[in-house]
Design a protein around this ligand. Structure first.
Ligand code: SF4
Ligand code: SF4
Length: 513
């Protein structure tokens, strides 16, 4: 095989390997019958330098979980943006997309500066306490979109297809389809059909990244990705580079063929834009391109102006203050229930990178993305919605998959004691109070070792005038952990007669037990 083709094949094999690893870990981010997830399913976030920098700046703390990101910085210092060309699963998926859809427009003016602007806004905002990385980090966009929309959609479609064959197909078709369906359930489909609030939002955001391929190859990577921008800046100091550093006169091959548009208008190579795809080894008509270790000399400046950076810096300073003066974010009645192990709310908002891993792994599908309930600051963070699903008393999976420690990894004993919120009865709706109807469903399901729901026995006059003994529930606040199972199982239509409120917000004066 042609030696240059060997390099391209090596890159493709590497891309496929990391994409397969990413998909494998994504599939393993699920309940498999075990209490512990045996793989580092959050690996891609943990070596993400953008997530690490944004969380470190926002929390002023070095998070040990995120230290693997230094390895990617080290790799970039030697080989340049090889992460983008050889490893990043989103980059690989975009390369795959480019094989299917061709750009519909002529190449736009270079917009490379936008990614530096986005990076600056994210990092400056983080330094002032606002965590925006989850909006634009490539892994957050990809994983959250897959968790909330793509995976549930895929499961629903595949299951509907097999169901259609099973219920309406001929016998021979079912004989073939059922073993295939079993194999799908074992290896490809998720543990359960998940439902999420407003999946279209995450789907549109992710689809938008792919749709940008219509404007040019790797449009997202070249122009928008803040992680790409960060690695680009580091790769200005890298040693492994393409030669020559100038595109040849009278030859437009580099300009037309380079998927990263790594040449400026003066034909100077911008090493920070090159993702080492090695395509130019092949398309160069003179066959003079080569890659080798060389001192890091940069002929072209970074494609961003001081004006852009000042504007981005000012935006990065303004946004956190805009959030600070947002009454929605401060309204206690809008506070949501956080998953077990969550840091104190302010730290949680700074540490969570909105990856969606915890949403994916939640056995009861109880964790849902926050949209605008808590203002800009809380968008895409996880919340427990007990009426949809409760927090399984013995489950600690969300803390195991959280890549940043926004959710602490809890032992079973710590989990049993962790207070998510407290349950409060609405006596205007609760059946034994409101309509003298016997009901003890909530108490039966309460999982705490000493029941947090108890009863007062009262004798009331029933419908026919007969005496009726009723058990009226109340909560022992100190025993309640706010798992939400009582809220989930309450048989009333609509809102439950017992609701869980965030811990620390119940005044015993307001809610007498
Ligand atoms: S630019 Fe961003 S999305 Fe593209 S390959 Fe690099 S890290 Fe991945
Ligand atoms: S709390 Fe959930 S969404 Fe936030 S970083 Fe941890 S796993 Fe990701």
């Amino acid at each position: 095989m042609n030696k240059k083709l060997v390099f391209r094949r090596a890159r493709q094999v590497c891309q496929i390997f990391f994409l397969a690893l990413f998909l494998f870990l994504f599939r393993q981010t699920d309940y498999t019958g075990l209490d512990t997830i045996p793989y580092a399913v959050n690996l891609f976030f943990r070596w993400d330098p953008l997530a690490a920098a944004a969380v470190t700046l926002a929390t002023r703390t070095v998070i040990p979980l995120l230290l693997p990101a230094l390895a990617v910085i080290g790799l970039t210092l030697v080989f340049g943006r090889v992460f983008c060309g050889w490893i990043c699963p989103l980059g690989t998926l975009l390369d795959g997309t480019a094989r299917v859809i061709r750009p519909v427009s002529r190449p736009l003016r270079p917009l490379r500066h936008i990614k530096y602007v986005i990076l600056t806004v994210v990092l400056v905002s983080a330094a002032f306490g606002l965590q925006l990385a989850g909006w634009v980090d490539p892994f957050s966009l990809l994983v959250r979109g897959m968790v909330i929309a793509v995976d549930p959609l895929f499961n629903a479609l595949v299951t509907a297809g097999f169901d259609a064959v099973y219920f309406h197909g001929p016998g021979w078709a079912t004989a073939v389809s059922e073993p295939v369906y079993d194999a799908f359930k074992s290896f490809i489909l998720p543990y359960k059909q998940s439902l999420f609030i407003w999946p279209a939002v995450s789907l549109v955001m992710l689809a938008g990244v792919f749709a940008l391929e219509l404007l040019g190859r790797r449009f997202w990577c070249r122009n928008l990705c803040p992680l790409g921008a960060m690695l680009a800046l580091v790769s200005r100091f890298s040693f492994f580079r393409r030669k020559p550093l100038l595109a040849c006169k009278n030859c437009e091959a580099c300009h037309h063929e380079c998927r990263m548009s790594a040449f400026d208008d003066d034909r100077r190579m911008m090493a920070e834009e090159c993702n080492l795809c090695l395509d130019c080894l092949e398309f160069c008509p003179k066959q003079i391109t080569t890659f080798r270790f060389t001192p890091p000399v940069n002929r072209a400046p970074v494609d961003v102006t001081r004006r852009h950076l000042i504007g981005a810096g000012l935006t990065g300073i303004t946004l956190p203050f805009l959030v600070k003066i947002d009454a929605v974010a401060k309204d206690p009645s809008r506070r949501v229930l956080r998953p077990p192990g969550a840091l104190a709310e302010e730290d949680f908002l700074k540490t969570c990178v909105r990856c969606g891993e915890c949403l994916k792994v939640c056995i009861q599908n109880a964790l849902q993305p926050v949209l605008l309930e808590q203002g800009l600051d809380g968008v895409f963070t996880p919340r427990l919605v007990p009426r949809l699903g409760y927090c399984e008393f013995n489950c600690t999976l969300c803390g195991q998959v959280c890549p940043t420690g926004a959710l602490k990894r809890l032992t079973p004993a710590e989990k049993h004691a962790f207070v998510i919120g407290r349950a409060v009865f609405d006596r205007n709706r609760c059946l034994p109070f409101a309509s003298s109807t016997p009901c003890i469903v909530c108490e039966e399901h309460c999982p705490t070792s000493e029941k947090a729901i108890r009863f007062d026995e009262v004798v009331v006059t029933g419908a026919g005038g007969a005496a009726l003994t009723l058990k009226r529930p109340y909560v022992i606040t100190d025993l309640c952990v706010g798992c939400g199972i009582c809220e989930k199982v309450c048989p009333l239509p609509g809102p439950s007669a017992v609701r869980v409120y965030p811990a620390g917000e119940i005044s015993s004066d307001l809610y007498p037990v």
